[in-house]
Design a protein around this ligand. Structure first.
Ligand code: BES
Ligand code: ZN
Length: 639
């Protein structure tokens, strides 16, 4: 175990006034202030134990990055970013080199920001999964280094979208996805969630496009065409984010708004009307929102996730826009990360459940407050179904524990994560039931306040629980139960039930339909009703039944990707060959990993001709997919 001084966040007011950052001179002045603060901080380190991160080469206990200043040009023709990153440092061990994580970056030079003297740097041999360590020899007085670099051709954080992959079809787009360990493919950084820094950025892009970041964002293009950003709250590297494309902005409320391609703005603004209310709800439950604004960015369907909680600007899949506002729990989820994850952060990816389990729990509490108990119960039910399906596949696998011990040879993105999300959330629900809602809510709020802008691990959570809730209300919860939930595989037998009246009704309809082809009314059915119904059909449902269903309800023709995600695998399993063109079209359009993986799996499992179709479709669709998705589907289809 190593000791890292308290984050710059420790003595920073989260709601500190924002600094407008115009000229290069101003940028340098701000950098100087950060360097001074960092140096002052290093004299009085308040040690906080942090586990070594197996997924980073950095040694933040010796030198840590406190502020990042980017100046990058986005070159769509070459598909590279190039420019400089200035890193302001806190030096705890004056004899130590600065060790950074890089993956595929071409480094042109490293200089001392103040003296411009060249600094000697060296790459360690490339490792699978991790990339390379970049070691920089610092001069005695070096407080900031400036690295000139360009990104490599296969930067795994970047997706370059052709105009054809956008709604407008005129302009290309670029977006980043840094979580978990991909920031190093576009910025040389200490790429570990155990280190936090503030940042500012100047981004040069072609005329006619907009740039947005996980930072203060302009709501209209700057007069001088130079896009400037500032992030005043310290964040971990996986929350660095940039997107460039033909975008517009629409306000949703005083603190909220949405960025999207102009043709999508109306639909997006309509789908997300509740976001301002959602923020207020979350604040009532867990304390002030500490990031000032909360905006959304709707990306093309090739975005690999449902959502990504980039601070101040959640990145979103367009498949969430169904017109019926039934999938906005995804927004509740990403908003919830403003507390669990972005404010209180897992210190390594082994404790990922601290980010996602807490967030899934908070998401459902927000939805319950907003839409009522029944709506939340449906989310709990669907989550439980995902969890049980995943556990049935993996057995009593090591990855079904909450506290993992990941090693450097495993990419965190390839580790099954259902336990982190759903078992983690169920643990918190169980604790809520054991201690009572009032006491448990107060505990969570205290934890968010006490650990704000810090990185933390499972051991610290266990300590918090013991010294706070378990000490205040003895006898409600046992050490034995705690150990079972956190350190043992599978679900403890005491897991509370997740049932809902609506789900029971829909399950009964599905069972009856599968048996008797009975007709049923779908009045008032929205996306989630269809999802529950389809997921309740027996795995071996007769192909003729599916045909009947399609004749009556036109599911194959539905543009709703969330419905297609459950409907199309049923057709493949039933060997419905005439569905092949729809399957192909879907896979060549949607790039969200969770929405295409089950369909590819069904095709590969079914054998010929589906297997070949899966390979063929993947070959064709692969340029549309994000590198993350490209890799995992390539493994699945076997090439
Ligand atoms: N932070 C995650 C996405 C993520 C996790 C990206 C791990 C890279 C590595 C995000 O908050 C998330 O959980 N997204 C889910 C949303 C859903 C659970 C509501 C998704 O994309 O499906
Ligand atoms: Zn999440």
């Amino acid at each position: 175990m190593t000791f890292v001084p308290r984050n710059a966040a420790g003595d920073k007011r989260p709601d500190a006034p924002k600094i407008a950052l115009p000229s290069g001179l101003m940028r340098r002045a701000v950098l100087l202030v950060f360097v001074l603060v960092a140096c002052r901080g290093s004299k009085h380190p308040a040690p906080e134990p942090i586990k070594r991160d197996p997924h980073s080469f950095s040694e933040p206990s010796r030198v840590s990055v406190r502020h990042v200043g980017l100046d990058l040009t986005v070159d769509f023709d070459q598909r590279v970013l190039h420019g400089t990153a200035q890193l302001a440092l806190a030096r705890h061990d004056r004899s130590a080199n600065l060790v950074l994580d890089v993956d595929g970056l071409a480094i042109a030079s490293v200089r001392d920001c103040a003296t411009h003297a060249a600094l000697v740097f060296q790459h360690a041999p490339k490792k699978p999964v991790l990339g390379q360590a970049l070691s920089i020899a610092l001069a005695p007085a070096t407080a900031c280094v400036e690295i000139a670099y360009r990104t490599g051709p296969d930067a795994s954080a970047l997706l370059w979208v052709e105009p054809a992959g956008t709604v407008g079809k005129k302009h290309p787009m670029l977006f980043t996805q840094s979580q978990a360990i991909r920031a190093r493919s576009w910025i040389p950084l200490q790429d570990t969630p155990g280190v936090r820094f503030t940042y500012d950025a100047t981004i040069h892009i072609p005329d006619g496009l907009w740039a947005v970041m996980s930072a203060t964002n302009p709501q209209s293009p700057p007069a001088d065409h130079v896009w400037r950003f500032h992030m005043a709250q310290p964040i971990p590297s996986y929350l660095m984010a940039l997107a460039v494309g033909e975008l517009g902005f629409r306000a949703l409320g005083p603190r909220t708004g949405v960025y999207a391609e102009p043709a999508m703005l109306d639909a997006a603004a309509n789908e997300f009307v509740e976001v301002e209310a959602m923020m207020k709800t979350a604040e009532q439950l867990y304390g002030p929102y500490r990031w000032d604004r909360y905006d959304l960015l709707v990306l093309p369907p090739s975005f690999p996730y449902g959502g990504m909680e980039n601070p101040r600007l959640t990145f979103l899949t367009p498949t969430v826009i169904t017109g019926d506002r039934t999938l906005v729990s995804l927004i509740a989820h990403e908003l919830a990360h403003s507390w669990s994850g972005n404010l209180v952060t897992n210190s390594t990816w082994s404790d990922f459940w601290l980010n996602e389990g807490f967030t899934t729990y908070v998401e459902r509490r927000i939805m319950e407050a907003l839409r009522g108990r029944e709506a939340a119960d449906i989310l709990w039910y669907l989550g439980r179904k995902d969890l049980e399906q995943a556990f049935a596949k993996s057995g009593a696998d090591r990855d079904t524990r909450l506290a993992l011990e990941l090693t450097a040879d495993r990419d965190p993105d390839d580790v099954p994560s259902d336990a982190a999300y759903e078992k983690g959330a169920l643990l918190l629900r169980t604790l809520e039931q054991a201690f009572g809602r009032t006491a448990f809510d107060a505990f969570l709020r205290r934890r968010f306040d006490r650990r704000a802008f810090q990185s933390t691990d499972t051991a610290a959570f266990e300590t918090d629980l013991r010294s706070d809730l378990m000490a205040r209300l003895p006898g409600k919860w046992s050490e034995r139960a705690l150990a079972a939930w956190i350190h043992e595989p599978g679900l403890p037998p005491s897991t509370p039930a997740t049932t809902s009246r609506r789900v029971a009704e829909l399950e009964a309809i599905a069972t009856d339909f599968a048996k008797n082809a009975s007709t049923f009314s779908t009045d008032g059915w929205q996306t989630l009703e269809w999802v529950i119904f389809l997921r309740s059909l027996p795995a071996d449902i007769a192909p003729a039944r599916l045909r009947t269903l399609d004749e009556r309800h036109h599911l194959t023709a539905s543009p709703n990707a969330e419905i297609a995600m459950y409907w199309l695998p049923l057709l493949v399993r039933a060997d419905a060959r005439d569905a092949a063109p729809t399957v192909e079209r879907y896979l060549a359009h949607v790039g969200r990993r969770r929405m295409i993986t089950p369909l590819y799996e069904a095709m590969v499992d079914k054998g010929e001709p589906w297997r070949t179709l899966a390979k063929k479709t993947f070959e064709r669709a692969k340029p549309l997919y994000h590198p993350i998705v490209r890799d995992s589907i390539a493994k699945l289809v076997g090439r």
